[in-house]
Design a protein around this ligand. Structure first.
Ligand code: SAJ
Length: 418
């Protein structure tokens, strides 16, 4: 079939390439001409899509990348995989809206549109469908089909591959569900049909809200265990020996990324809008999460104080600036807030992270350095925020005058954990 995947980011590109590999003719549409240029040149920028795979589907003519909407004409199925950020706590669905406008202008009878972008329940039928109908003059469920299928991509996850992860599928009606399920059955090993688009929209938010709330809970436990003189890491590992009814999460400097700190707030925003009541678990988890950097800094101030030093004028080295272990992404990383708090207290803050793409240097508010012995020994304190495998942790442990270890990877008289 003729497939359009609108949005060629970490969600859209893997889907587009996989759909092409299983035999569809795929147009990867993205409004960013630089991205399109890279794709057309066979250069993948997504971790789980090797450039060799991209070049193979380009060379065989089953995939093409474009920023030209005219190339969307005649699609059988269009999948929307555009970002859905929060703007000051409010869901920003403008990317979905503009994408729907563009697709609506090329929508023809018998075609199908699937939304994959994470969003609050009701978006598919109350926002996407009306735009498609208005711009195409066609009727959803009559002239064209539509549905929602959330993405479950876990970049770098070796256990669950792109097509090995069960895929929720839904439709605005039975025919839409049947068609959408059929499309994804050709790509994913397992598809899970649900009764309606709102179920699929909410399921996705439940998945990440569960994760966010539980990580925030262990973060709060870390703050409570320390003054109680209990090693939170040992206590969690002990709890994890329970073979049922427990999911192991570990404390850290804060939950970052563009999923977990964002998705749950889509839900709490919608609940507040529609029902006029707060989603208390999310609000509390968000509050705990926002204050983790403050807790990290407080622990650092206390540690320096014990050594007769003040944070003002101290030289602090942050190790691991991206949002999670081995990630390259800086979005919503707790390191930014930790650095801001330290700078406001008069510290000289440097940061080391071998995973940050050179182009992203400009986003840093710290002086970027390498995690070399000279930097470690010259610091008054080191904070291990993310324990990337590319760090030489034994060297850090040996040379640092003091380390606040947010990942429980180091030991020694100069090391304290969260
Ligand atoms: N984090 C902790 N402690 C934990 C787990 C994570 O502090 O025990 C922190 C990380 O350092 C990071 C943040 O939480 O700052 C998010 O980490 P994550 O492992 O949840 O990774 P993400 O943000 O890439 O989440 C994505 C999600 N995938 C989708 O939404 C499709 C999430 O549902 C997945 O579970 C996760 O990937 C994954 O497992 O890789």
């Amino acid at each position: 079939m003729q497939i359009v995947v609108a949005g060629q980011g970490y969600v859209g590109l893997p889907l587009a390439v996989r759909a092409a590999e299983v035999g569809h003719r795929v147009v990867g549409y993205d409004v960013d001409p630089h991205r399109v240029q890279q794709l057309a040149a066979g250069q993948s920028y997504v971790e789980d899509v090797a450039s060799s795979r991209l070049r193979a589907v380009l060379d065989s003519g089953v995939y093409s990348a474009t920023a030209d909407a005219a190339a969307l004409a005649g699609f059988d199925i269009a999948v929307i995989t555009v970002p859905t950020p929060l703007r000051d706590g409010v869901p920003d669905l403008t990317y979905i809206e503009s994408c729907a406008q563009t697709l609506g202008e090329h929508l023809r009878p018998g075609a199908t549109v699937v939304l994959e972008s994470t969003t609050y329940p009701g978006t598919t039928e109350e926002l996407l469908l009306p735009i498609l109908e208005k711009t195409s003059g066609l009727k959803g469920g009559v002239d064209f089909l539509a549905g929602f299928s959330p993405e479950r991509i876990a970049p770098g996850n070796k256990r669950w591959s792109f097509d090995g992860t069960p895929k929720l599928v839904s439709g605005i009606d039975a025919k839409s569900l049947d068609t959408i399920k059929g499309f994804y059955d050709g790509i994913f090993q397992t598809t899970v049909p649900v009764s309606g688009t709102k179920v699929a929209e909410l399921a996705k938010l439940i998945e990440n809200t569960f994760r966010f709330v539980n990580i925030s809970m262990v973060n709060e436990m870390a703050m409570l265990a320390a003054p109680l003189g209990v090693n939170i890491w040992e206590a969690i590992d002990a709890a994890a020996t329970k073979p049922f009814g427990f999911t192991r999460f570990t404390p850290g400097p804060g939950v970052g990324g563009h999923c977990l700190p964002v998705d749950p707030l889509f839900l709490s925003w919608k609940v507040q809008q529609e029902l006029g009541v707060p989603f208390r678990f999310v609000e509390l988890a968000d509050d705990v999460n926002r204050h983790m950097p403050d807790y990290v800094v407080r622990r650092l101030v206390e540690a320096l104080d014990k050594r007769g030093m003040t944070i003002n004028g101290s030289r602090i080295l942050l190790l691991g600036l991206t949002y999670k272990y081995n990630a390259t992404d800086l979005r919503n990383s707790p390191s930014a807030r930790v650095a801001e708090l330290l700078i406001n207290l008069g510290a000289e803050v440097r940061g080391a992270d071998p995973n940050i793409p050179d182009g992203d240097d400009t986003k840093l508010i710290v002086t970027r350095v390498d995690a070399i012995p000279e930097e470690i020994t010259a610091s008054d304190a080191v904070v291990l925020l993310m324990d990337h495998t590319r760090f030489d942790l034994p060297m850090v442990e040996k040379n640092a005058p003091y380390v606040l270890d947010c990942r429980n990877r180091l030991s020694g008289p100069n090391v304290e954990t969260l």
